[in-house]
Design a protein around this ligand. Structure first.
Ligand SMILES: Nc1ncnc2c1ncn2[C@@H]1O[C@H](COP(=O)(O)OP(=O)(O)O)[C@@H](O)[C@H]1O
Ligand SMILES: [Mg+2]
Length: 456
């Protein structure tokens, strides 16, 4: 920042501070709060509850419902730049407060469903009156550049009554949870935690090309258990389960997971990958509230390597495994873990047995699978290939991944278009040419990107 610009901002800040702080000894928010609570409020505790930041939308909906049944005045205020939002105890005492200005409560617009958003209070002080008496609730959402927490505080009530208020809000949050039955993706960035509602491409059994025994094993352990949940519960069997899919990149671990999550009846789906894997503890709690639920932990080998090159313990991975263990075993929770490098997890999984009950290898497609992949991806692309060309391509593509075959078909379509195929038919000739091109020695990087190890 330029010095002159800094000076200008600083003097603007000082005059603002002076103006906002002048007049009464207590700022406008403190005097409104004290006026509402009466003289002896200082003798009562302030009860603080921290919630996961992604609960902000649910909290807002809960608060609005809750407020409808009692008298509530919503007080908003703004805090000068670079100041943290004060806690309720501080608002009440007035000690060391930055100068606050009463405003409408600042709002954030957050996703609350596929293609839907809800405006939530970033900070709001509620002056409440109901049969418990007069009291106050302060809501503070995650703040940029500060701890990404969501807190609810209650002042003006005895401890047990304040806890009762928090319990009412918990109950409403659970009852009206906007995440129930949805597919959610959690993203962790420097700005905090983001919840997205991705629309997954519809994936049916026939779209998943795997050896029948492999797919059946995956299904039995995921969809199968979900379908039998009542009978299993009645028989006192646990429902919580962990499934690990491992194998080289591009073989369909993510693809298979998409098929599974769309076929577990009634499930809420929580997708975590990369940095958001760190949220697994809070997300498991959410999954328990919303069961049946599927928690997908993508590419967990990255977390295993989080600690650099040391061979010491891997706290994040252990945290992840402990979160899986912490959930009650009769909870209908499915954890799906995927990894390209099972050996990076072996040690941790062996040290924490019982978290993953089934590990399924998703390998490179064999000749039969490559033929089926050609069919699956050729369908709808106008692929018309005779048996001899098909056999040739299947034989010449030994060792490639499933995603390679998908790319091969895409390129064959492109070849046909470039060659000016009149009726859009993609022939064996186009397919062979696309294959030669992809297998060409100059295409090593392309092959690496498609997950084909070494020379096919
Ligand atoms: N076994 C498979 N059956 C059908 N399509 C597949 C298969 N494996 C991969 N694909 C296709 O390739 C794409 C990339 O595969 P992906 O599932 O992301 O691989 P991985 O997660 O194992 O690295 C998928 O979106 C899908 O279109
Ligand atoms: Mg993947």
């Amino acid at each position: 920042m330029e010095p002159t610009e800094f000076a200008r901002q600083f003097s603007r800040f000082m005059s603002w501070a002076h103006e906002a702080g002048s007049g009464q000894a207590d700022g406008p928010v403190t005097s409104a709060l004290r006026g509402h609570l009466g003289a002896d409020a200082a003798d009562l505790p302030v009860v603080v509850r921290e919630l996961a930041p992604f609960e902000q939308v649910n909290l807002q909906i809960a608060l609005e419902r809750w407020a409808a049944d009692r008298e509530v005045e919503v007080v908003g205020y703004s805090v000068p730049p670079h100041h943290m939002h004060p806690e309720l105890a501080q608002l009440l005492s007035g000690d060391g407060l930055p100068p606050l200005r009463r405003t409408a409560p600042p709002l954030a617009d957050l996703p609350s469903g596929p293609g839907r958003t809800t405006a939530v209070w970033r900070t709001a002080l509620l002056l409440v009156g109901d049969d418990r008496g007069d009291y106050a609730v302060l809501v503070r959402g995650p703040e940029r550049h500060h701890e990404p927490t969501l807190t609810v505080e209650v002042a003006g009530l005895a401890g047990p009554q304040a806890q009762e208020v928090l319990a009412e809000l918990d109950e409403l949050r659970a009852r009206h949870n906007v995440y129930r039955g949805q597919v959610l993706e959690l993203r962790q960035s420097n700005a905090g935690t983001e919840v997205l509602f991705p629309v997954l491409p519809r994936t049916e059994r026939a779209d998943v090309v795997l050896p029948e025994a492999v797919l059946a094993r995956v299904e039995r352990h995921s969809i199968g258990i979900a379908e039998q949940r009542d009978a299993l519960r009645a028989a006192g069997q646990h429902l919580k389960r962990g499934l690990l899919l491992y194998g080289p990149p591009g073989t369909g671990k993510t693809h298979t997971t998409r098929y599974v999550v769309q076929h577990v009846p009634g499930a809420t789906v929580l997708l975590l990958s990369g940095r958001s894997l760190h949220l697994v503890g809070a997300v498991t709690q959410l999954a328990r509230d919303l069961e049946p639920a599927v928690v997908v932990l993508e590419d967990v080998d990255l977390v295993a390597e989080d600690r650099g090159h040391s061979h010491g313990p891997q706290p994040v991975l252990f945290e992840l495994l402990d979160a899986m263990d912490g959930a009650a075993s009769d909870a209908d929770l499915l954890f799906v873990l995927t990894t390209n490098r099972a050996e990076a997890l072996e040690h941790a999984l062996a040290a924490r047995p019982g978290r993953v009950d089934v590990a399924v290898e998703i390998g490179l497609p064999d000749a039969d699978a490559r033929r089926r992949l050609l069919e699956v991806y050729g369908r709808g692309s106008g692929l018309a290939v005779d048996a001899a060309d098909g056999d040739h391509v299947v034989a010449a593509s030994a060792g490639v991944t499933a995603s390679f075959i998908k790319e091969l078909v895409r390129r064959a379509v492109l070849e046909a278009l470039l060659a000016g195929a009149v009726d859009g038919t993609v022939t064996g000739e186009h397919l062979r040419r696309a294959l030669d091109d992809l297998l060409d020695s100059t295409q090593e990087v392309t092959r690496a990107l498609l997950g084909v190890p070494g020379q096919p």
